[in-house]
Design a protein around this ligand. Structure first.
Ligand code: SF4
Ligand code: SF4
Length: 548
């Protein structure tokens, strides 16, 4: 694994925004170690080819650092046919290929361009990598006039360039916010990745989780008995902290709600504290819920591969709601899971909803979630905000007084579903000290964690830290100005990727989920006096540190 040792100041000094001497089509690509993630293991590709024929291909040992990528002999035809099929199927792709006017409004909005200075990381040029081939293959002008119209022939170097740069896009959609034509480069990236998969060009950090999700229901491949053991450990911890044994029913039929959260909340620090927070909240309000060990992954890694895989993995949510007889689904703190739910779930899989499913109603407040009428799925931040608004939670904010919090809007809940106010409302009701990062780095304009869309792997740490520069810079600003020591977010991938980013750009700031902070403040009926937070750190010591 490539080790990244550049200090922040060295990284900053190395960013060069001077355009290269050669035009972009003639600038060679750099395939040195550390610039790409490892390709998928052949057995993972084979498994997925068997489970979902037609969209994955060419299992083999290969490396992007090699000259020979062992492509199928007819790879050009495969890409051409796949491109054609998608242009026919998705009107948006055709539009995005045709309408860019090169105004440049998106050029400096991508965190990867800001942190690298590489022109091919400008969204306009990233899409051009694909558009140039589109022009040559699918437009009359491109066919006749060639390079004069910005068209180019699909060659092996072009395909390799696609791999390099479409895996340096986190599909965050910040660029699309600034495009006057609404061109969504994230969707261009999604299409490029679909075409790459057809030739067996992929990364393991996406395909292994996808294979695991398909096989056992979650991205680590945790089996049901192991899932239960992990949950039991967390129930033990909650008991140690509160003196109360709360419940987490698994695979039980006949409950009103099925709760589905990203599996990162179940096994990884600090997500586990957020998971403990959910369970404490459900105990406090007496929620009639169950979880499923089959739909044990809210995150949809299929989104990072192709539409068919995304649809297949998403379907398990309704399958389990139906099997267990739940009326509606409550969803945990996740980013891309909500992009799939909010933008695709109803049209992809809405027909799978069982007759028992209903428009979600908060059983404690009576609030009808009409916004979830189609999907039957409610985000836990809006659920908790509703409980707080109706005075249904007993909260002691002072328990979080050692925390000086800021909030990172995760790209998908913020830009993908417009969830901007609810998490802030919750945070301000459980923390006394809350500070916003600069305006052009939050809400719709939020900067990405630089590890989404399957890029949170360590072998590309330099790329992640470069891409994390804008978020890290904003975090450093509130750290220095307001003494911020905690960045909360509502995304499991962010909870993992923001830790190295904060350690690098704003050391001393810790990352937390929203419901970890809710549960710290939450007073449960019959609990013993709390002396520690959910991380089992003593309040006395934390407050003493804060005073120093
Ligand atoms: S979607 Fe995000 S990562 Fe991709 S080009 Fe646009 S701003 Fe950059
Ligand atoms: S902002 Fe839109 S129209 Fe302008 S260069 Fe970028 S993608 Fe093209």
């Amino acid at each position: 694994m490539a080790k990244f040792s550049k200090k922040p100041i060295e990284l900053l000094q190395s960013i060069d925004y001077t355009p290269p001497r050669t035009d972009w089509m003639s600038t060679p690509n750099d395939f040195s170690m550390g610039r790409w993630a490892y390709p998928a293991k052949p057995e993972k590709v084979e498994y997925l080819m068997h489970e979902l024929p037609g969209v994955f291909a060419n299992p083999r040992e290969w490396s992007p650092g090699d000259v020979d990528w062992k492509l199928p002999s007819n790879w050009k035809d495969i890409v051409h046919e796949g491109f054609k099929e998608r242009l026919d199927k998705y009107r948006s792709l055709k539009l995005f290929m045709d309408v860019c006017v090169r105004c440049g409004a998106c050029a400096d909005k991508c965190h990867f361009f800001i942190g690298s200075g590489d022109p091919k990381n400008m969204p306009v040029l990233r899409a051009e990598l694909m558009r140039s081939v589109y022009r040559k293959d699918f437009t009359l002008a491109g066919k006749i006039l060639g390079k004069l119209t910005g068209a180019r022939v699909m060659e092996e170097d072009v395909l390799k360039e696609w791999f390099l740069y479409f895996y340096q896009c986190t599909e965050c959609r910040r660029c699309s916010l600034f495009c006057p034509y609404g061109i969504d480069t994230a969707e261009v990236t999604m299409m490029a990745r679909e075409l790459l998969h057809l030739c067996g060009i992929n990364i393991n950090w996406i395909l292994e989780p996808v294979a695991n999700c398909n096989r056992t229901g979650n991205h680590l491949g945790i089996q049901p008995h192991a899932f239960k053991d992990i949950v039991d450990f967390m129930l033990d911890d909650i008991e140690t902290i509160t003196g109360k044994r709360v419940k987490c029913p698994l695979n039980e039929k006949g409950h009103e709600v099925i709760f589905i959260t990203p599996s990162g909340d179940v096994f990884a620090d600090p997500g586990i504290y957020t998971f403990m927070g959910y369970l404490m909240l459900f105990d406090a309000i007496g929620l009639d819920f169950t979880m499923s060990t089959y739909a044990s992954e809210g995150g949809n890694f299929g989104l990072f591969t192709n539409a068919d895989m995304m649809k297949k993995l998403n379907a398990k949510m309704y399958a389990e709601a139906n099997r267990l007889g739940a009326k509606w689904i409550l969803g945990g703190e996740c980013g891309h899971m909500w992009r799939v739910i909010n933008q695709y779930m109803d049209t992809m899989n809405g027909y799978l909803q069982g007759p028992q499913m209903r428009t979600p109603v908060n059983p404690i407040t009576g609030t009808v979630f009409n916004n979830a009428k189609q999907t039957k799925m409610v985000h836990i931040a809006e659920f908790t905000a509703d409980l707080i608004k109706h005075g249904k939670l007993n909260l002691d904010k002072k328990r979080n007084d050692y925390i000086r919090a800021t909030f990172h809007d995760s790209c998908n809940p913020a830009r993908g579903m417009g969830m901007l106010e609810e998490p802030r409302y919750v945070l301000k009701n459980v923390c006394n000290h809350f500070y916003e990062m600069p305006e052009n780095t939050i809400r719709e304009q939020t900067f990405c964690c630089a590890g989404g869309s399957g890029l949170n792997t360590d072998e590309i740490m330099e790329i992640r830290l470069r891409g994390g520069l804008p978020r890290g810079n904003a975090l450093r600003y509130v750290q220095e100005k307001h003494g911020v020591n905690t960045m909360a977010c509502v995304c499991a991938i962010d909870r993992a990727t923001l830790i190295p980013l904060a350690d690098y750009w704003a050391p001393g700031v810790r990352i937390s989920g929203l419901h970890e902070l809710v549960a710290n403040a939450l007073i449960l009926d019959g609990e013993s006096e709390r002396t520690m937070n959910l991380r089992q750190e003593e309040f006395e010591e934390l407050f003493a540190q804060e005073e120093e």
